[in-house]
Design a binder for this molecule. Sequence first.
Ligand code: ZN
Length: 310
Amino acid sequence: MIKEINGLHHVTSLASDAQTNNDFFTRTLGLRRVKKTVNFDAPEVYHLYYGDAEGTPGTVMTYFPFQGARRGKAGTGEVGTTVFSVPKGALPYWESRLTEAGTANLTRDNRFGAARLRFSGPDGDGFALTETEDDPRAPWTGGGVPEEAAIRGFHSTDMRLADPGATAELLRFMGYEEADTQGEVTRFHVPGGNAANVIDLTRVNAPMADQGAGSVHHVAFAVEDRAAQLSVRKALMDTGYQVTPVIDRDYFWAIYFRTPGGVLFEVATNEPGFDRDEDSAHLGQALKLPSQHEHLREILEARYLEPIRD
Ligand code: ZN
């Protein structure tokens, strides 16, 4: 069994407009944009990262905004809801903040005893805030949300699966333990992980999702360093998973594999982090290009990457 995974590292989704996406995460949700770069595999598209002050693994929501992309169609084999942790008692603040911002589909519910506020992102993305007691993480407060309400990072992701059995087996292999069941939802958590250490699997009877704007593209799990990542890669491959070679993403090292339920998983290193190429006071401000695309800067800025107004 794998023991090196500490919880979520980041969640990456698709969007239809960079400016709208930026405004929603930095203004409405009050996260810090910790990196403005491009999709390394499609450099004409931004890759925007939002998180806490440093972009600590377990807090980082990232987006590929493909301008004008059509919306995805919800279904199975995908992440249905990405859930952020907020302090106990913070939901009334958020309910009024999100109402004022015109956020769609605000709904209160309760899961495994914790109060939640569900809402949709600008492209129909499924989100929720859940009240968590004793989340030790310090929030970013430069985004206009007071400390007593600000987002601490991820709490969990909820995957919608036609048959959760094989994915549950995979999570156990990855070091997760079954914690609870409520109706069609089974909760897993990784002991000793970071605070983003919960995964819910929901059995849903629906066709496969069709990815587009508002869909989660992949979920990344955190490992400390490259040695841990190599050991996870070997364990997955020995079990029969097709895993990519290690890929340098500048701010972390990544491996990817498709899971039996259809969701794309990544395992990413906590090293080297987002302050690798700019100092922490100015994270996310300048357009950072990986060295292999630096020669394209002029054409990317002139033709493809419309400047984002902060
Ligand atoms: Zn990723």
